[in-house]
Design a binder for this molecule. Structure first.
Ligand code: ACO
Length: 435
């Protein structure tokens, strides 16, 4: 298409009649975006979009979401196929490198990951600096940030080999850090990684085994964990990924950027939701209290939300939630859990919310966190660890998005604008004359 024939949006300032043409940019899939980069130069105005719901901040070839259709693709592959026909480490390879690996590529990648599963021995002392009752997300945030004090040989973001090495280190060490954070809170001895085990299997082994007795990881639970990791691996430009990109746009090192992502993920509106789901189920206490709880959720003045429901992007269903619902059944079956009171409350909430007008009209469906919380609890993982697991899974998404951004030749520091609502310029009086 010639330059002249490219579609544009014309934006006209009513009071001056001045206008500018914003070219319409399209990717391979999805809604076109008006390129407003010249709007200030041409019209002397900025755009206002709190929450960035209508704003594209980057081009990315990693993940595609169609929230209306409930579609999630990584490198073009539907999440349903990835969850049933591949493994987490295969997906890690694809997110980082552009396509799913062959067997030889996957074997080499897993071998490389295994070189990096251990933590620098000195890092173990870091854990002793935390209170035993510290939230494991605060430990994760601190220890991941501290990786930049230990791995100086992979901090030059301008060197491709440093970027790749940091990516491998982060993905490989995250399960070790997560398991140590858990074990520290109970005073259990730290368990070193076992490289003869698969990624999810090794994580469960580091979490639950004791040096004093043999421990076998259930293949059903390892598969369920692998699936949880797949379903949380990436989700395009969500709050934590955008935080990683924003931090990375300044040239900060990858460990610091991922620590920033972990901080953003911690909030209950994002990765903290699966923990919040379990807290909510606890608070409700019994099925009899559900009607009162639902009434509170509908009352705008109560500030109560039905945790694990709703999504900024998915407005019909969350494709990850469907897979997670199935995995939930498998895990509960494997563990022989049939009459868990929290589960009963969860199922009743799901039933009510899917038929109640309030939720139907607002297109509020269970999201991935609604079921993942139930599965993780059934596996014996404490609620405070739920968001840690999410962070562990998402590390590959964050670091892939970070790499993609750093490798972009037109990288600019992220710097939004504002509408200033403070005092106009005024003169400062000496302190004795104020008041
Ligand atoms: N419970 C009750 N009402 C809700 C909920 C909920 N969980 N979510 C949204 N609503 C209502 C809002 O009050 C609003 O109602 P109104 O139109 O009458 O004012 C309407 O639905 C739209 O809500 P928004 O806040 O505009 O939706 P938004 O897209 O900004 O929020 C979010 C999405 C943050 C996920 C929200 O649905 C929520 O807080 N859910 C609970 C927390 C949760 O589960 N988060 C996990 C998200 S998935 C993830 O991070 C992996």
């Amino acid at each position: 298409m010639s330059e002249a024939a490219k579609p544009t949006v014309t934006i006209t300032l009513d009071d001056t009649g001045k206008s500018t043409k914003a070219p319409l940019l399209s990717g391979t899939l999805g809604t076109p975006c008006a390129d407003i980069r010249k709007i200030y130069a041409d019209l002397g105005i900025f755009t206002f979009d709190p929450g960035y719901g209508e704003t594209g901040a980057c081009e990315s070839a990693i993940t595609y979401i169609d929230g209306d259709q409930g579609i999630l693709l990584h490198r073009g592959y539907p999440i349903e196929q990835l969850a049933t026909k591949s493994t987490y480490t295969e997906l890690c390879y694809a997110l980082l490198n552009g396509d799913m690996p062959t067997t030889a590529q996957h074997d080499a990648f897993v071998d490389e990951l295994k070189n990096h599963t251990m933590l620098h021995e000195q890092m173990r002392h870091f854990f002793n600096g935390f209170r035993r009752d510290a939230h494991p997300m605060s430990i994760l945030c601190g220890v991941v940030g501290a990786l930049s004090s230990f791995y100086h040989d992979s901090l030059d973001i301008n060197k491709p080999e440093h970027r790749s090495l940091s990516a491998l280190r982060l993905i490989a060490k995250m399960p070790t850090i997560a398991a140590y954070a858990y074990r520290y809170s109970f005073g259990f001895p730290f368990v070193y990684p076992r490289n003869d085990l698969g990624f999810a299997e090794n994580f469960l082994y580091m979490m639950f085994s004791m040096p004093s007795e043999p421990y076998e990881v259930s293949p059903v639970l390892a598969r369920a964990m692998d699936r949880i990791l797949i379903l949380h691996a990436d989700h395009e430009q969500n709050a934590s990924t955008s935080t990683v990109r924003l931090a990375g746009s300044t040239g900060a090192n990858p460990f610091a950027c991922i620590a920033a992502g972990i901080a953003a993920l911690w909030g209950p509106a994002h990765g903290g939701a699966n923990e919040a789901v379990l807290k909510m189920l606890d608070e409700i206490g019994s099925k009899d209290n559900i009607p009162d709880f639902i009434a509170k959720v509908k009352d705008k003045n109560s500030g109560v939300r039905l945790m694990g429901f709703g999504h900024r992007v998915y407005k019909n269903f969350d494709p990850r939630a469907k897979i997670m619902q199935q995995t939930c059944k498998e895990v509960l079956g494997e563990l022989g859990i049939t009459d868990d009171p929290q589960l009963e409350i969860a199922m009743e909430l799901e039933r009510i919310a899917l038929s109640d007008d309030y939720f139907v009209q607002r297109k509020l469906y269970p999201n991935v966190d609604f079921y993942s919380g139930i599965i993780l609890k059934a596996m014996g993982i404490p609620t405070s660890m739920f968001t840690v697991l999410f962070a562990m899974a998402r590390t590959v998404g964050w670091i892939s998005q970070w790499k993609e951004m750093v490798e972009e030749p037109t990288l600019r520091i992220g710097r939004p604008r504002q509408i200033y609502t403070g005092a106009p310029q005024r003169d400062l009086k000496p302190i004795a004359e104020r008041g």
